[in-house]
Design a protein around this ligand. Structure first.
Ligand code: GRG
Length: 314
């Protein structure tokens, strides 16, 4: 397996999916659609949609023809080289829309008040607060519309449920609420920090793997294994995010670095120190890989992706 080529293929699918499944900036209301696309097209690692696509392929039962060029004539096939499973691309786009909404709202003056995201001015800086708020709202809503429009009733219900729970008050939004409260005090407990990581970060990564599994018609047992892998991967991802915030620069990250320490925020790094944080991240990465071992299928891309994420620099 050529990891770089596989990653390129998945990323091309995601970009194609965003082109295809998000309203064009030229359509009315153009300001809103322009703002939605501004934040989406700023890039980002596309980690969650790639995880979803790769997981769905795991259950598709046959290896994709990874060198197939992305030719215009093949546009309709790009979304789904494995025709025996439903096309995972609209769900991958839904996940990226939802994730991008959370970033836009997180950057708003009433939350993190950030000027810089994905290497660009944040949405409220580029447009205005009301437009950024509405672009986030619209991306959130659009995510669910995509799931309902593109999948059979039964699968759509399962996908909507998974995403709604992951993005809801007990998980993503709940994690964000606790994070905002924790920022106001410098003595958050390890338990509070773990709640924030599990819900603000790991929930959407779990959802990526589980939604991929649902599209691949994975068994209940395999869905549970995917959830476990996602949880560990998400925890590793957030600990590494905390480490990068403390050690990397703004240009490399594409978002403001050093914010946590400046705000006196209790992070994993503040609680445990850099060396122990690196050990915890490595432990969660190993646990995610071990969970993957419990699944059958061609797992080498997913395993390599998990390892790459552990060594990421942004
Ligand atoms: C506003 C409901 C609501 C939630 C906000 C996503 C989020 C929750 C806050 C952003 C700040 C943060 C550090 C969140 C933890 C999750 C995380 C590391 C998000 C950034 O994800 P990346 O690194 O971003 O995958 P890109 O830009 O690469 O997609």
């Amino acid at each position: 397996m050529d990891f770089a080529a596989e990653m390129k293929r998945h990323l091309a699918r995601v970009e194609h999916g965003l082109d295809l499944h998000v309203p064009l900036a030229s359509t009315r209301p153009t300001r809103l659609h322009t703002a939605m696309r501004y934040s989406l097209e700023a890039g980002g690692k596309r980690l969650r949609p790639v995880l979803l696509l790769a997981t769905a392929e795991l259950f598709a039962g046959r290896k994709p023809d990874d060198d197939a060029p992305v030719a215009a004539a093949q546009q309709s096939a790009i979304g789904n080289p494995q025709s025996e499973i439903p096309n995972p691309l609209p769900a991958a786009v839904a996940l990226e829309c939802l994730h991008t909404y959370s970033l836009i709202h997180d950057d708003l003056p009433c939350m993190d008040n950030d000027d810089f995201r994905r290497g660009r001015p944040t949405a409220h800086k580029q447009f205005d607060e009301a437009t950024a708020l509405l672009a986030g709202d619209a991306l959130l809503t659009h995510a669910f519309a995509l799931l309902v429009e593109h999948y059979s009733d039964k699968l759509a219900a399962a996908l909507v449920r998974e995403l709604a729970v992951a993005a809801g008050s007990r998980r993503l939004i709940g994690g964000q609420m606790e994070d905002l409260l924790a920022e106001k005090k410098s003595d958050a407990t390890p338990d509070e920090v773990e709640f924030i990581h599990l819900n603000k970060t790991a929930a959407m990564i779990e959802a990526a793997l589980v939604m991929g599994g649902l599209i691949g018609n994975a068994s209940e047992e395999n869905l549970t294994t995917l959830r476990r892998a996602g949880r560990h991967l998400g925890l590793a991802f957030q600990i590494i995010d905390d480490i990068l915030d403390a050690t990397a620069d703004t240009k490399t990250l594409g978002k403001t670095a050093g914010k946590d320490a400046k705000a006196g925020k209790t992070t994993f790094v503040k609680l445990h120190g850099l060396a122990a944080s690196r050990r915890f991240a490595a432990g969660h990465t190993a646990a995610a890989l071990a969970a993957l071992d419990d699944l059958s299928g061609a797992k080498s891309f997913l395993a390599a992706l998990i390892e790459t994420m552990a060594g990421r620099s942004k």
